[in-house]
Design a protein around this ligand. Structure first.
Ligand SMILES: [Cu+2]
Length: 672
């Protein structure tokens, strides 16, 4: 995989260490040609229906849970099911046949789906108690195997000390749900160590309960978009890939979700919710994830990195975790390249980036069938449609902002208004993605960064074909329209208790695979008496971030890697303050691995800031729980820690968080 290391010294020291990821791979994705896909028995995206199938709308009333209102209770199970994604298998004679896909979904006792149904609450509601069940068992009650090949060499649930006797085959898949963006009490936060196997037979080392409470006076107090997904240690990427994700939306007196709301936003059926994900499939419809020699991507992410996996640990060559994952099929709410039918009016569209690793930059393109004779598969024809950013993550923006494109990070939620009023009846509006199929370094993709003849440059389409319903007056969001209840910043008179210098590193595990790591960019003490700790740290190293309860802190995140990382901090809603370029010397130092071996990490010395400071992006200025940390920049965020106990912060590239790019933090006094 191509790496864009920005720190010359980092590259030099990395090369001296025999660390090869600084060397660009010349033939990226050489193994994903159409012929190679066919040989591997994989679905060829070019043979799949485009903008044909309808995706469910996650904001429609029918897609939402109806909790037992009196008791404020829900039971949500995770279970296996089969689902039609719109995928077809192609036979030798060229004929196609729809195929189903076995997935995992969340749902109530009537059944599960990918994505799970939407949980909707109001800030004034009493706390909701959700009883989460791990029902990944077969009819005989025996644990189901994983749908995907699991790398058990990672630091994961069943490689923890005291858990080595457990296996997925014997004990089932460990799960734990996390409500992303919720200011959850620590026991209800879905910490990766709170996992539980089917029937809660095996419980993680910090497991407290599977009945989790969401709400109350110290919880989220503004309308926003959370999502819930699995977060089990070292296996999150696979559990989410299998389908364990859904929306959790919060309303308030401004953003009520009803027509003519004070925020002035479109409401159901003109409010749409779409989870964007990428996947690979086998020709028979099964999900596919590269993990063995010869698999598409395997060389790009493993052998081209110079890694030789020890056969004793990887009989048959795998399965191994990848440095990143990029699927060649785009799905929205579990449907490949879907379409939605819309009226000539404004729509609120809430997108979730639920991919493993894919940064996107979205644009809208109008194909006017009345004006010309373009084909739906030709994205070169058409004209750009500007749209409005009205919010992101956990709140609305102060004002609507008109843009032509928007960045979209893994884990992030976008809140957009698209105005189809002046789009000719009968036209198609395509949601395009102009970023590549490889890690994002801040630039537009080069030819090596994209799949050949790719379709990942398109996400979905809106067909302007419904008659206008004149019984509901159209909304009138325009550029700079004020949004009641929008905007977020921490008042400058709030005392900042501490400014921490933190860092993102690309290290190497003890068998030579890329290992992304968090750590510090200054000398700190840890909570177990360690002093002068600095640089890259593994997940299990003693806690180095221990804010006081109620403290406001600034975290400066120095990205000393070649790629952008989407950073997520649990518990808090933060303000994105600014970004600034820097250079530093990257000094190699060992990083302990969970199995007693030693990997390679770095620490930063001689940090020099370039004093070119950049303010928040158009999607920021809201209550954020995600932030893009670009290579060579320090990203400053400010937040208040309002609940005590153990939480985590991590990169939301799921392949990264599963391979050590995650650290616990603890608010208030121990025990830790
Ligand atoms: Cu990352």
């Amino acid at each position: 995989m191509k790496r864009r290391d920005f720190l010359t010294l980092s590259i030099k020291s990395a090369m001296a260490a025999g660390y090869t990821s600084a060397i660009p791979a010349s033939l990226l994705y050489s193994h994903t040609s159409h012929a190679a896909l066919a040989m591997a028995g994989l679905s060829d995206p070019a043979a799949q229906p485009l903008f044909t199938n309808l995706a469910p709308n996650a904001m429609a009333a029918a897609f939402k849970y109806v909790p037992n209102i009196k008791k404020n209770k829900l039971t949500i199970q995770a279970a296996q099911t089969t689902q039609m994604t719109g995928l077809v298998s192609v036979h030798n004679n060229g004929r196609t046949k729809p195929v189903s896909t076995t997935v995992w979904g969340y749902g109530d006792k009537t059944g599960v789906s990918w994505p799970g149904k939407t949980i909707e609450r109001h800030v004034d509601d009493a706390p909701l108690e959700i009883r989460w069940q791990n029902n990944l068992t077969g009819r005989n009650g025996k644990p189901l195997p994983h749908l995907l090949p699991i790398d058990t060499s990672l630091h994961w649930a069943y490689s923890l000390h005291g858990y080595e006797q457990y296996s997925i085959a014997q004990n089932g898949v460990p799960l734990v749900p996390h409500v992303h963006g919720g200011k959850n009490d620590s026991p209800f936060d879905g910490n990766p160590e709170y996992f539980f196997s089917p029937g809660e037979a095996v419980k993680g080392p910090r497991y407290v309960t599977n009945k989790m409470m969401y709400g109350g006076p110290d919880w989220n107090d503004a309308a926003g978009m959370m999502w819930y997904h699995d977060h089990a240690l070292g296996i999150t990427r696979m559990n989410v890939y299998a389908g364990l994700a859904g929306f959790f939306t919060l309303r308030d007196g401004n953003d009520t979700g009803e027509h003519y709301n004070p925020a002035g936003l479109p409401a159901d059926p003109y409010e749409l919710g779409y989870a964007v994900q990428d996947r690979m499939f086998r020709n028979n419809g099964d999900l596919f994830y590269s993990a063995f020699p010869g698999d598409p991507f395997y060389d790009d992410f493993i052998t081209d990195e110079g890694v030789v996996l020890p056969p004793a640990q990887f009989p048959g060559g795998g399965p191994t975790a990848l440095a990143e994952f990029f699927g060649d099929h785009m799905l929205v709410n579990g449907v490949i390249w879907p379409k939605a039918s819309v009226e000539q009016r404004q729509y609120r569209v809430r997108f979730l980036n639920g991919t493993d690793s894919r940064f996107m930059r979205l644009k809208l393109k109008v194909i006017d069938y009345g004006a010309s004779e373009p084909t739906a598969t030709d994205p070169a024809v058409g004209y750009e449609l500007p749209f409005y950013i009205v919010g992101s993550d956990q709140s609305l923006s102060t004002n609507a902002k008109q843009v032509n494109e928007v960045d979209f990070l893994p884990g992030e939620r976008l809140d957009l208004v698209i105005d189809f009023k002046d789009v000719p009846d009968g036209s198609r509006v395509i949601v395009e993605n102009i970023l590549g199929d490889s890690p994002f370094g801040g630039d537009l993709p080069g030819p090596d960064d994209v799949f050949p003849e790719r379709r990942t440059d398109r996400v979905m389409a809106f067909d302007v074909e419904l008659p206008l319903d004149t019984t509901i007056t159209d909304t009138s969001i325009g550029n700079a329209t004020a949004l009641a209840g929008g905007g977020f910043s921490i008042p400058t008179e709030v005392t900042v208790a501490r400014t921490r210098k933190l860092a993102l590193f690309e290290g190497m595990d003890s068998i030579g695979r890329l290992q992304p790591l968090l750590g510090t960019a200054e000398k700190v003490d840890d909570v177990e008496g360690g002093v002068d700790i600095e640089g890259a740290l593994p997940w299990f190293a003693p806690i180095t971030e221990n804010p006081d309860l109620g403290a406001t802190e600034i975290w400066e995140i120095y990205n000393a890697t070649g790629d952008a990382h989407p950073v997520h901090v649990h518990l808090v809603h933060f303000e994105v303050m600014e970004r600034e370029g820097f250079t530093a010397d990257s000094i190699e130092q060992p990083v302990a691995q969970h199995d007693g071996t030693e990997g390679v990490g770095f620490r930063l010395e001689n940090i020099v800031l370039d004093e070119i400071v950049r303010g928040p992006d158009p999607t920021e200025g809201t209550r954020r729980d995600m932030v893009m940390a670009l290579p060579g920049e320090v990203t400053r965020i400010k937040m208040t820690f309002t609940k005590p106990g153990r939480y985590v912060w991590h990169c939301h590239i799921l392949s990264h968080e599963d391979h050590e790019m995650m650290r616990p933090f603890h608010v208030g006094p121990g025990p830790f």
